[in-house]
Design a binder for this molecule. Structure first.
Ligand SMILES: *[C@@H]1O[C@H](CO)[C@@H](O)[C@H](O)[C@H]1NC(C)=O
Ligand SMILES: *[C@@H]1O[C@H](CO)[C@@H](O)[C@H](O)[C@H]1NC(C)=O
Length: 521
């Protein structure tokens, strides 16, 4: 395989051949008289893919060089001696039963250290076995050795899944390795009925008990009046004190909500109840996910607290503090619903309201009283959002932007997140998101990116599938040091901007043409 260029050597000269450089004399030596080069050892490409060695030829009598030095690279050919490997041989994940159907919060990473872009390092990730065998779980493979599990159906069981990654190498043969994924289903149940509405609204007077304040209805495809059809309702959240009761109307199968204990709501006028439903009889195969709905009850306040404040009083004064604080503060927080002039601040934990500005009685916002509405909110009232909404991409060789999401709620109302482009089909033709599941993801352009400003709306869902809508704004430009644009791009690219962009490009081109004409004169 070695074809050396000519070395000039006078006849009858007593020459001495020398070799030096990487791997000499450990791996390579030369016969000083004949110039024959020997390799003495097995070499490993994954350890050292290339040896750079030099050859010299000297006059044996004078020690002078007889020719220029000859430099030479020995490239080690790859054989398929490494299997693709999972970053973790075993993963155990808790999966919430009401996670969005299909997507499981498990991302596996596989790498093969054999030579890049050859069959030796290309691999397929497949599912070898799953227990139980149904419902079927599938594995989706993404670029960069990432894989995700997908389940169509619902989580009734704990799963043990064995995955295999097998490369395409043939010399000497294909290699593979496996990993185990354990899915522990948290709070698993079999439920069939589904609520007709996602949200119900009701009204009641505080400090009163009342029957039948609201009815919720479900659809159930089973034979009516069997235990597989009869619904059993429960209040999942919002009823820590046993104030409410929900019962099934045996005739209509509706859930009937009543207030069984009177309660003074202070200023917490909206109550959020989470209602779940299941059948009297549990089913063997669960056709859909556990269903729940929420009820927002507007408790009409009969004892508003009046707070008196002199106008132009210095800000920072505590105006109001809820007296009753009997709900676990880890599950709830106070939210300011209505503060028209932005005059007050609320402590999310204690509900304490303080003034933030000097209040002006002559303001349009005043009649005589300034009304502030607060709401005792469910812990998952924050939606996921981007940590950073803006970015600068230097040069257009890179076609992806890293995005990171956060959610002020705590687990399990927070990440890992599910990223998507929503329903925007135009965007989906140009962009994709990978991985779709996790805390970080990449927004990847399927085309090279011209130097422009970009504005891409993203949908980010938390573990409970509560969706946040956020927009990533970024610039693609030529950069100076420290990732600062040399010249900020002046035109924008957004989902609705394509027409405008063309127009602005035309204007730009027209100006340019005019300038060129002037210059040429
Ligand atoms: C070099 O090659 C010659 C000729 O084949 C042989 O006689 C000699 O022993 C070799 N020298 C070494 C150090 O192997
Ligand atoms: C609330 O959360 C804090 C911090 O996580 C914890 O120390 C405390 O025990 C929790 N309280 C309740 C009532 O769960």
């Amino acid at each position: 395989r070695w074809v050396l260029s000519t070395i000039e050597l006078e006849e009858e000269k007593d020459a001495q051949f020398l070799v030096s450089g990487e791997g000499v004399p450990d791996v390579f030596t030369i016969n000083e008289s004949t110039g024959a080069v020997y390799a003495h050892k097995k070499v490993d490409r994954e350890e050292k893919p290339l040896y750079h060695i030099n050859f010299d030829v000297l006059d044996r009598n004078t020690g002078e060089k007889l020719d220029h030095e000859l430099a030479f690279d020995v490239e080690i050919q790859d054989i398929n001696d490494n299997p693709p490997r999972f970053s973790l041989p075993e993963v155990t994940v808790d999966v919430k039963e009401n996670i969005q159907a299909g997507i499981l919060p498990v991302t596996l990473v596989v790498t093969d250290i054999d030579q890049e872009n050859t069959p030796n390092s290309e691999f397929d990730i497949t599912l070898v076995s799953q227990t139980p065998a149904v419902p079927k779980i599938a594995v989706q493979q993404y670029e960069g050795g990432l894989a995700r599990l997908v389940l169509k159906g619902c989580f009734d069981y704990d799963y043990k899944i064995i995955l295999q990654a097998k490369d395409h190498g043939t010399k000497p043969k294909a290699l593979s390795s496996t990993a185990v994924v354990n899915l522990n289903i948290v709070d698993a149940n079999t439920h069939q009925p589904t609520f007709k509405e996602r949200q119900y609204y009701g009204k009641s007077i505080e400090m009163a008990t009342s029957d039948n304040i609201l009815r919720v209805a479900v659809d159930d495809k089973d034979t009516p009046n069997t235990d597989a059809w009869r619904a059993k309702y429960s209040i999942i959240a919002g009823n820590e004190e046993g104030t409410y009761k929900i019962e099934t109307d045996p005739e209509t199968n509706e859930g009937v909500l009543s207030i069984v204990k009177s309660k003074n709501y202070e200023h917490t006028t909206l109550v959020n109840l989470q209602i779940g439903v299941k059948n009297v009889e549990d089913l063997f195969v669960c056709p859909s996910l556990f269903d729940s709905t929420s009820i927002i009850l507007h408790m009409i306040d009969t004892s508003d607290t009046d707070v008196y404040l002199k106008e132009e009083e210095e800000p920072g004064k505590v105006l109001f503090k809820p007296k009753v604080h009997d709900v676990d503060s880890n599950d709830t927080r106070y939210v300011l619903l209505d503060d028209p002039a932005d005059w007050v601040a609320i402590d999310k934990k204690t509900g304490e309201i303080t003034s933030t500005k000097k209040m002006d009685r002559e303001s349009r916002m005043f009649t005589n009283t300034y009304t502030v509405k607060i709401h005792l909110a469910d812990i998952n009232d924050n939606t996921p959002e981007l940590v950073n909404n803006s970015a600068v991409i230097c040069g257009n060789k890179v076609n992806k932007v890293k995005v990171r999401a956060k959610d002020l709620d705590a687990d399990p109302y927070s990440g890992p997140f599910y990223f998507s482009l929503g329903d925007n089909e135009t965007l989906k033709q140009q962009w994709k998101i990978e991985p779709e599941c996790g805390v970080d993801a990449f927004l990847i352009s399927l085309k090279t990116l011209p130097y422009l400003n970009y504005s891409i709306p993203l949908v980010i869902m938390d573990q409970q599938n509560k969706a946040g809508h956020d927009t990533l704004e970024f610039m693609v430009c030529e950069c100076e040091e420290n990732d600062v644009c040399k010249e900020p791009p002046s035109i924008s690219f957004g989902p609705a901007d394509i027409g405008a962009l063309t127009a602005r490009l035309l204007i730009f081109l027209c100006k340019y043409v005019v300038l060129m004409v002037c210059f040429n004169r």
